[in-house]
Structure formats: structure tokens, C-alpha cells
Ligand binder design. Structure first.
Ligand code: AMP
Ligand code: ZN
Ligand code: FE
Ligand code: FE
Length: 273
């Protein structure tokens, strides 16, 4: 069984349509793939149609959360798509992302980069909101940088001249919203550079006490030693550990579908109860 529990389509900041994503998941010999766009479930229906009878689709979302002012990504699976509280929260997250884009563009203009809202809009035509990756793509198109990573490293990451903070859901509220919508929650790449300092083992214990169902361990942001430690923590806390590609199409190099997989027993543990 090849199970990949974290991928993005161009409804957020991936480059495949949901249909292309499913086709590529089949080509990558996956048996199970989860679609987890940022703060949006708008790709679910198209993905489900493409997946029908071919591959098992898990419907998910990667929520923009925060803990102690640090960005935390929380994946929610199998949430009720009609849960009003969760839908309202997604709407706020997407609006705030959209509202931030002009401010980032202005910051870039201020340091002499001639980028316009139209340049960004061309990159986010299928997306539900314009995020930093779309601004990065516009910078690539303008020839300012050669890829998304360079755009983040030079201009868009925290501390860089284009950076503008935006609203994220407080983590304990996000955990509650997902649980109340009948979903399972998994903390995504907890030991990415940006969050490793605040997501201590004790913090993970608090998250589990507040309803967290799993910890993403096998992810390209984690070293082999970190993966092993996160799996040990998950076991100790009695929750699942997962493995995922965090595929973004051509938007993220070396994050190909199936590059990390979730073990079948962990999949079972996450979804059985
Ligand atoms: P936003 O939510 O609009 O602030 O954009 C953040 C998203 O950009 C993250 O969730 C990642 O998908 C993506 N991202 C962050 N850093 C990088 C990077 N260095 N290279 C490519 N994509 C990135
Ligand atoms: Zn993304
Ligand atoms: Fe993420
Ligand atoms: Fe992701």
C-alpha cells in the first residue's frame, strides 16, 4: 500500500489541477492520496470525480494556524464540508491572504521591483486566494528570480523586504474546529525550520491533549534523526505518525508524489476510530 497524505492542487499553491493531481498520483503508483490545499476544500469535488474507481482519495485541508505567534500547519482530514464554523474560518483565512497580497506588492515596489497586481493575478487564476507562492511565481515570470525558493529566500520569507504577516487561526481553536467538524487532525512538518523552536515534545503533548490525532514525521523538511524522534513521540503519546510528499507540482522541487509514505498501520490508527 502506497499512501501519501499531504498534497496541493492549483486551488491553493500547487501547479496541477485537482484532476491532474489525481492522474499524477495514479502514475506514481499511489493507492491512497490526500488532497490538502491550504485553507480550502474547493478541490475536493473535482478530485473525487477524477479518483472514482481508480484511487482512494482522502479529503483534507491544511489549515494556517499559529502558536505563540509562530506559523503552524494543521492538516484536517474528513471534515464535514458543511460545518459552518470551519467554513467561516476558511473564508477569513483566505480573505486575509488576499488582502495581504497588495501590501507585499507595495513592499516589493518600494525596493524597486516592478511587479503589479495583474502579474500576480495571472499566476493565481485557478486559486481561491493569492498567496506568497503566486507572488513568487510572478517574480519568476518577471525574471527577478529563477524559482519559488529563491523568491522566498530573497524577498518573501519572514525578515525579508517583501514579508507581511497575516492572520492565522490560534492552534487550540483550530484543533477544536476540526474535531467539532468530525475530522482527524495531523500537525504538518512540525519541525520545519520556522516552527521547531516552539513545537517542543511538551508542546506536542499539549496539542494531543487538546485533540491532535497525528504527527507528520516523514517529510522532506525533517532529517532522519528528527523523523525517528517524532515517531517515538507519536508512539509515546498514542497518536499516529504519517509520511507525506507535500507535493506542489512544479512549485516545489524534490517534493514528488510518494517521496514519503504513510505506513498502513498508521493510516489505520489515524482513521479507524
Ligand atoms: P502564504 O500562506 O501565502 O503565506 O504562503 C506560504 C506557503 O508558501 C507555504 O505554505 C508553502 O506552501 C509555500 N512556501 C513557503 N516557503 C517556501 C519556499 N522556500 N519555497 C517554496 N514555497 C514555499
Ligand atoms: Zn503550499
Ligand atoms: Fe505546510
Ligand atoms: Fe503543504
Amino acid at each position: 500500500m502506497r499512501i501519501d497524505l499531504h498534497t496541493h492542487s492549483n486551488k491553493s499553491d500547487g501547479t496541477d489541477t485537482p484532476t491532474e493531481l489525481i492522474q499524477n498520483a495514479i502514475k506514481a503508483n499511489l493507492d491512497v492520496v490526500a488532497l490538502t490545499d491550504h485553507d480550502s476544500i474547493s478541490g475536493w469535488d473535482e478530485a473525487a470525480q477524477a479518483a472514482e474507481g481508480q484511487i482512494e482519495l482522502i479529503k483534507g485541508v491544511e489549515m494556517s494556524a499559529e502558536f505563540k505567534g509562530v506559523s503552524i500547519h494543521l492538516v484536517g482530514y474528513n471534515i464535514d464540508p458543511n460545518n459552518a464554523d470551519l467554513l467561516a474560518e476558511f473564508e477569513q483565512l483566505l480573505n486575509e491572504r488576499d488582502n495581504r497580497a497588495p501590501q507585499i506588492i507595495k513592499n516589493l515596489n518600494n525596493i524597486g521591483i516592478e511587479i503589479t497586481p495583474a502579474d500576480v493575478a495571472r499566476q493565481s487564476t485557478n486559486a481561491v486566494a493569492a498567496g506568497r507562492p503566486h507572488i513568487a511565481d510572478a517574480l519568476v515570470e518577471l525574471g527577478v528570480v529563477s524559482n519559488r525558493k529563491e523568491a522566498f529566500d530573497l524577498y518573501l520569507a519572514e525578515g525579508m523586504p517583501g514579508y507581511v504577516d497575516r492572520y492565522s487561526t490560534e492552534i487550540f481553536r483550530a484543533l477544536e474546529l476540526i474535531a467539532n467538524a468530525g475530522g482527524k487532525s495531523v500537525i504538518a512538518h512540525p519541525w520545519s525550520k520556522s516552527s521547531i523552536d516552539v513545537v517542543t515534545p511538551e508542546t506536542l503533548r499539549q496539542f494531543v491533549a487538546a485533540g491532535l490525532n497525528g504527527i507528520e514525521a516523514d517529510h522532506n523538511d525533517h532529517s532522519p534523526a528528527q523523523r525517528a524522534e517524532l515517531k517515538a513521540i507519536a508512539k509515546e503519546l498514542g497518536v499516529a505518525y504519517t509520511g507525506s510528499s507535500d507535493y506542489h507540482g512544479t512549485g516545489k522541487i524534490e517534493f514528488g508524489l510518494g517521496c514519503n509514505l504513510t505506513e498502513p498501520d498508521q493510516f489505520e490508527l489515524l482513521f479507524s476510530s
